[in-house]
Design a protein around this ligand. Sequence first.
Ligand SMILES: *Cc1c(COP(=O)(O)O)cnc(C)c1O
Length: 321
Amino acid sequence: MLTLPEYSDVVAAAKRLEGHANKTPVLTSRTADDEIGAKIFFKCENFQRMGAFKFRGAMNSLARFTPEQRADGVVTFSSGNHAQAIALAAKVLGMPATIVMPEDAPEAKVAATKGYGGKVVRFNRYTENREEICANLAEKHGLTMIPPYDHPDVISGQGTAVKELLEETGPLDALFVCLGGGGLLSGSLLSAKALAPECKTYGVEPEAGNDAQQSLRAGKIIHIDTPRTIADGAQTQHVGHYTFEIIKRDVEDILTVSDDELIACMRFYAERMKMIVEPTGCLSYAAVRKMKDQLKGKRVGVVVSGGNVDLAKLAGYFADA
Ligand SMILES: *Cc1c(COP(=O)(O)O)cnc(C)c1O
């Protein structure tokens, strides 16, 4: 039996993050309110340290290490925001971090991770297994492994974003949260159930990678091939064991949106709200737009998960639209 994290763990995580994580702004937009016919509250984690909510879960996990664990340090595998989050959190806490990244990971991401002081170990993702490499490093050097989503401390840390949102807005009727492995969604559900029990919380994933929607329908975790989508933060092949238990118990439903809908949304954020949001961060509001007939007159929360996008790519999305 798994011992699932609870809202009290989110409260404890919020204490650990004080003075380290940004309390990100909750923005509103008259254009969005008029378009949806509702009151929309955007929780802007694109303004979190290192550009995404992942700093919350990473910082909470590392802050719980014992002195022995701290001395040896942390190891993880990721080519995305989790790598940078772990590297930065380790730097803040003064401990070593080893990040296992594919040989063909974008150089900008490798550079960003090294910039935060992380030690990068490259591997060939066609011939080697990253989880095995991590496990070997952990064993050989006494490192503690922190995975990107399926860990109680990661989930509790991610839950602090929606805790802040609801403390600022008061109860909401509906909440939209993107999901890859489900760390952010499951943490958000812990906060939403505690602070706004009537709120209906929806998970949103890319159409091409609807494994969580399939899993929810099947009642068990479904594995898929790496989906082709511009939402690179949601290119996971399956949800986690911890995250799925919470999602299955508390989520209202899981919705999907297309890449074209994500691009339209990215353009809305840039033009109307003057902010850069990465494709994965657009999932939540893209789903609100699709569901707007059911949201008339409601108070709706939208978690904007991150803003790390290659500017040349961003220009390309806008040029084609
Ligand atoms: C990691 C990530 C996600 C997905 O989070 P999960 O906890 O894996 O569901 C969504 N958006 C951004 C920007 C991310 O970095």
